[in-house]
Design a protein around this ligand. Structure first.
Ligand code: ACO
Length: 319
């Protein structure tokens, strides 16, 4: 599979660390030193769908493909507004994609969602077919702005790629470790059910996270999965031109780079201005790297993600 074009979309509202000192007991100094984040975009009306639509339009335009040739739409998100229709189906409608012979569905693998989507697309795409793969999140819908340990971390945004089937080298690795404690976003409250004895009220749909647990999992799974895909390509981490990793914490990426023995400057970072945008993080970072002109055709690229589930995954591809 080969990525032909990328796109990104962000809410216009940029919120600096200073704004959080008024909401919770925190400081710019703590946030920057522990995470690397200085600001993030927060929706003031954008939805996961509106951001996904803008990012997708840009990805399709940058790929130079015809909308009617897209046969696969996969949208990774945990913050769509409806369980059904899926974001992918709403994108099919809003972008005017074809109705027959198309697969359009969402996946929930939290911050690893876009990496899972790439692996799935490789299985589904046939020669001559095109895929639209999107990560889009409005995490401010599920952020507890009174919880200082999480509210400073997250941002909203979307990233998308348009890809084609290709026999170019592509390696994918993924994993999952079911864990209902380390990172949870509560469920939609159930409707009253006269046939159920259960009366317990569900936890509110807000992010709860044990940061240290997730940190350990992140460094371990990123290192393991990046090593796995580079080895499958017969390479060492030092042979990779660009690493585009989930932007959750600057220290996680720096720690993985040290363990891998790869030059830190090859790890693209935009966390300083984006925060953690979950499933949007990797495609948004990829789009920003691509737009910078530093990503050249023929270069070796590794994408890597980890997140709620717990889940992780990595992809090796030639750009
Ligand atoms: N401001 C000031 N103090 C804070 C803040 C804050 N915003 N948040 C926590 N603290 C305090 C804690 O209360 C604690 O205080 P104490 O020592 O008095 O108890 C102290 O700072 C240290 O807290 P830790 O949790 O140990 O801080 P740590 O260095 O681990 O950093 C962080 C926390 C940034 C969350 C880090 O653990 C992390 O990045 N974890 C990974 C998160 C991640 O990758 N998530 C990805 C998945 S997200 C998804 O899937 C949607």
């Amino acid at each position: 599979m080969r990525i032909l074009g990328t796109g990104g979309a962000l809410p216009s509202n940029e919120v600096g660390n200073g704004a959080f000192s008024a909401l919770a007991d925190t400081s710019d100094e703590w946030i920057v030193s522990r995470t690397g984040i200085r600001s993030r975009r927060i929706s003031s009306g954008d939805t996961a769908l509106s951001l996904a639509r803008s990012a997708s339009e840009r990805a399709i335009a940058s790929a130079g493909i015809r909308r009617e040739d897209i046969s696969l739409v996969v949208c990774a998100s945990v913050t769509g507004e409806t369980l059904t229709p899926s974001l992918a189906c709403l994108l099919q409608r809003d972008l005017g994609l074809r109705e027959d012979n198309i697969l359009a569905f969402d996946i929930n693998a939290a911050c690893t969602g876009f990496i899972y989507a790439l692996g799935l697309a490789r299985e589904f795409l046939r020669p001559g077919g095109y895929a639209l793969l999107v990560g889009s999140e409005v995490l401010s819908r599920v952020t507890d702005f009174t919880d200082r340990s999480t509210c400073v971390l997250f941002g909203d945004g979307a990233g998308a790629v348009a890809a084609e089937a290709s026999d170019g080298e592509f390696h994918f690795v993924s994993g999952a470790r079911g864990d209902g404690e380390s990172l949870v976003i509560g469920s939609i409250p159930p409707a009253p059910n006269p046939f159920s004895a259960a009366r317990a009220s569900p936890p509110p749909p807000l992010i709860r996270m044990n940061g240290q647990e997730v940190f350990r999992f992140a460094v371990e799974s990123m290192t393991k999965s990046i090593l796995c895909v580079t080895e499958r390509a017969g390479l060492a981490p030092g042979d990779i031109h660009h690493f585009v990793c989930h932007q959750a914490n600057r220290r996680i990426i720096e720690s993985a780079a040290r363990r891998l023995g790869a030059p830190p400057e090859r790890f693209f970072m935009n966390i300083e201005r984006r925060g953690n945008t979950s499933a949007a993080s990797v495609p948004l970072a990829l789009d920003e790297l691509n737009a910078s002109g530093r990503l050249l055709r023929g270069e070796r690229v590794v994408l890597s993600g980890f997140g709620g589930g717990l889940t992780y995954g990595a992809v090796y591809m030639i750009w």
